[in-house]
Design a protein around this ligand. Structure first.
Ligand SMILES: [Zn+2]
Length: 459
């Protein structure tokens, strides 16, 4: 029996912050209370003056593993995650080979298990050719849900998802469309899992396609209407089939309104946005450059403000990162050709704490990055809260510390990101994964000990 006691911190539990000790036995939280006896054998962590927060669950990361080791792998991804207080990452299925069958999922899980410093879950891929047998086998193998990339074709030879609006290439299987969603929705609903969508309607995008010389070109080429149409159509299908729809990386005020309308009409939706949409606007491009190129794009101040308001009032319940590293070379090309995506997992928690502080309610941060994500991923019985019976995934944060986002801080293989240069008034000091220290005093400790998480049924 190993015991751990984190003493005297301000614990951000389900009932709000209070000063308390967190008792842990064999990786599980047993008691959260002030004072009381100190077990003789317990390892003691002094957390006076610190916040003790539930480990973050980033439901939207791209490990690039297997497939693109020069961009990232599970080792570097989860090192960065641990350093930022993210104790569970849920990896998207567009690795190579893409996670479209139980066999691929099991091979990926084994590979991740060998390298992971935090727990991990895996999304499964929806292809236009996905069969009920494949989806049932993926569910049985433990996917936390399915992801459909509207407008992204599947390369049969490369076993890979490609953004390719062109049609007619025999190597490219048609991207999943609304017909695909309607076909798979009843089965996924019955399996009790969520369906996440990349919500940009491809027909709207192709109508607005243009050369990308300036950031305005990029914005005009990916209008918010693409988000509106994709969310509205997918939500209509979800409502009719009892499916839970998860909207990944919501970026626009119009998309938000469409999602709110769908929720009012009775559809079951969760909304996710990302720190880059909460911290940046189009105006930042001049300074940030192609580190800010991502799909959907960072938009206007009005979009940012609408997303912040929705996160503050609980309409958006999840902040994830869409952590999507590329090589320096791929990001240093001109806007048209630069790869799209930015790393972000390491700064998820501190950026959310800073935003929550500015909104006057610091407890929002743990709701956005831990409680909301745990419910989406079907992990709400073991993760997402500091309470007896939960995994001791615990983050000790200095609320008077500073995290300056610089390349030298980053443990991801891609060290430049969209939030470069930002400063947040919090610093992650210690991180525990099921009671085991993975970060102490801001440094990585221990060996990879992450495990695959599997969802209890969604509802
Ligand atoms: Zn993504």
């Amino acid at each position: 029996m190993t015991e751990l006691l984190i003493r005297g911190g301000t614990v951000h539990g389900p009932d709000g912050p209070r000063e308390a000790d967190v008792h842990v036995t064999d990786g599980v939280i047993t008691r959260v209370e002030a004072g009381g006896p100190i077990p003789e054998s317990a390892a003691l962590i002094d957390a006076h003056g610190m916040y003790v927060l539930p480990g973050a669950i980033d439901v939207h990361v791209h490990s690039r593993d297997p497939g693109f080791p020069d961009k990232e792998d599970f080792g570097t991804l989860t090192w960065a995650a641990a350093m930022g207080g993210v104790t569970t990452v849920i990896d998207m299925p567009n690795t190579v080979p893409a996670v479209d069958s139980a066999g691929v999922l099991e091979a990926k899980a084994a590979l991740a298990h060998a390298k992971a410093r935090v727990d991990f879950g895996l999304w499964g891929l929806i292809r236009s050719s996905s069969t009920p047998d494949q989806l049932e086998a993926l569910a049985a193998a433990g996917v936390i849900g399915f992801k459909a990339y509207l407008g992204y074709a599947f390369s049969l030879s490369r076993k890979q998802v490609l953004y390719s609006p062109e049609v007619g290439d025999p190597d490219l299987e048609a991207p999943p469309d609304y017909g695909t969603l309607a076909r798979v929705a009843p089965l996924i609903a019955e399996l009790g899992l969520p369906l996440a969508i990349h919500a940009e309607d491809p027909t709207v995008l192709s109508a607005f396609r243009r050369p990308l010389e300036t950031y305005s070109d990029l914005l005009e080429s990916r209008p918010a209407e693409a988000e509106v149409v994709a969310i509205s159509a997918a939500a209509a299908i979800a409502k009719d089939s009892g499916l839970h729809l998860h909207v990944a990386h919501l970026s626009s005020a119009l998309g938000l309104r469409a999602a709110e309308d769908a929720i009012k009409s009775g559809a079951s939706l969760t909304l996710e946005t990302c720190p880059q949409y909460l911290w940046l606007t189009e105006k930042d491009y001049e300074l940030v450059g192609t580190s800010m190129k991502m799909f959907p794009p960072v938009r206007t101040a009005a979009d940012r403000d609408a997303l912040i308001e929705a996160a503050a009032n609980g309409v958006i319940r999840i902040v994830a990162t869409d952590h999507a590293p590329h090589t320096d070379e791929e990001k240093s090309l001109a806007l048209e050709d630069a790869a799209s995506g930015s790393p972000g997992v390491q700064t998820l928690y501190v950026s959310c704490l800073e935003l929550a502080r500015r909104l006057g309610d610091e407890s929002l941060a743990a709701r956005w990055v831990s409680e909301g994500p745990a419910a989406l991923a079907g992990l709400q019985e073991t993760k997402g809260a500091i309470a007896p019976g939960f995994d001791a995934d615990l983050v000790v944060v200095d609320p008077k510390g500073t995290t300056r986002v610089t390349p030298s801080l980053m443990k991801s293989r891609q060290r430049h990101g969209a939030l470069d240069g930002k400063e947040f008034g919090f610093a992650v000091r210690d991180v525990f994964l099921r009671g085991q220290a993975v970060v102490r005093e801001g440094n990585r400790v221990g060996r990879p000990g992450g495990r695959m998480v599997r969802p209890s049924r969604f509802r």
